[in-house]
Design a protein around this ligand. Structure first.
Ligand code: SAM
Length: 264
């Protein structure tokens, strides 16, 4: 830090992440489907159903009639945001819950805006897009958000603890932090198969389908480097959250996991 090395390293990482997502923005969904054999859709469905957006007031500060104020960080192309609005409208008959999709990458946001045109929310005040770094959200007031979601985003952040502290700051007391992310596979046999798939096949699919081996190599390595379920749970606790139960739910043998924290 004395010599500014950390800052240079952080800037390089941010630049690299930005290049990766600019490069994959348009082929993003096809690649997700190929890489996860379509399973990411089921995980996202489960994530949203379980959060049940727009059900009864999540925090004492949001009267029923106002719906939930949701911040979907690293929301990319809007995949999770559209699901949450659909769920609020069709399952909970709630026409007020709104989602802000925040992402650091303008190309991903542009893709999200384009996709929003095919949904009922394109011109609705219930959906908005915002270019922002999860580690620093100066335009979002303290205690203003009911639900903070981040799906397959946090492992790309340079400073995850800073992002968790910002999540804590913007959430209302009683508000929920919910994260869907790749995690650690919990059987060694399954892990061996999974590693072969991810390190051997995914960069190759990236090369063949998106003409971009390096970005997909980066994605696989970032999954490998991400903390385990317990380590990440402890990071959430350290940011001040209360963690219900063991703190996470494994999906597909731990390939992905959902972590939650509640702001006291
Ligand atoms: N949530 C979406 C989904 O599940 O399909 C997109 C996930 S995509 C794998 C990761 C996203 O994180 C990218 O859109 C990228 O631009 C965004 N991202 C990376 N670093 C970020 C940061 N520091 N702040 C906000 N977004 C970030």
């Amino acid at each position: 830090t004395h010599f500014g090395f950390e800052t240079v390293a952080e800037a390089l990482k941010e630049h690299k992440v930005s290049a990766v997502f600019s490069s994959v923005a348009s082929s993003y969904d096809t690649m997700n489907d190929l890489m996860s054999l379509g399973i990411h859709r089921l995980w996202k469905d489960h994530f949203v159903r379980n959060l049940n957006p727009g059900s009864n007031p999540l925090t004492t500060r949001s009267p029923d009639s106002q719906g939930w104020n949701i911040l979907d960080i690293a929301g990319g192309t809007g995949d999770v945001a559209f699901r949450m609005l659909d769920h609020a409208s069709t399952i909970n008959n709630d026409a007020h819950t709104r989602v802000t999709v925040a992402d650091i990458n303008p190309n991903m946001l542009a893709e999200g805006r384009k996709r929003a045109l095919a949904t009922p929310y394109a011109r609705s005040p219930r959906l908005s897009f915002m270019e922002a770094n999860a580690e620093h959200l100066p335009t979002i007031p303290d205690n203003s958000i009911d639900l903070y979601t981040v799906a397959f985003g946090i492992r790309n952040f340079t400073n995850k603890d800073a992002a968790l502290r910002e999540a804590f700051r913007v959430l209302k007391p009683g508000g929920v932090f919910a994260c869907l992310e790749f995690s650690k596979v919990n059987s060694s046999l399954f892990d061996a198969v999974y590693k072969r798939w991810s390190f051997g096949v995914i960069p190759l699919i990236g090369q063949l389908v998106a003409g971009d081996r390096d970005s997909y190599q980066y994605l696989v390595e970032s999954i490998e480097r991400f903390p385990s379920q317990t380590e990440f749970r402890d990071m959430i606790k350290n940011a001040g959250f209360l963690v219900p139960g063991q703190g996470w739910e494994d999906l597909t043998g731990g390939i992905a996991a959902i972590h939650k924290g509640v702001k006291p």
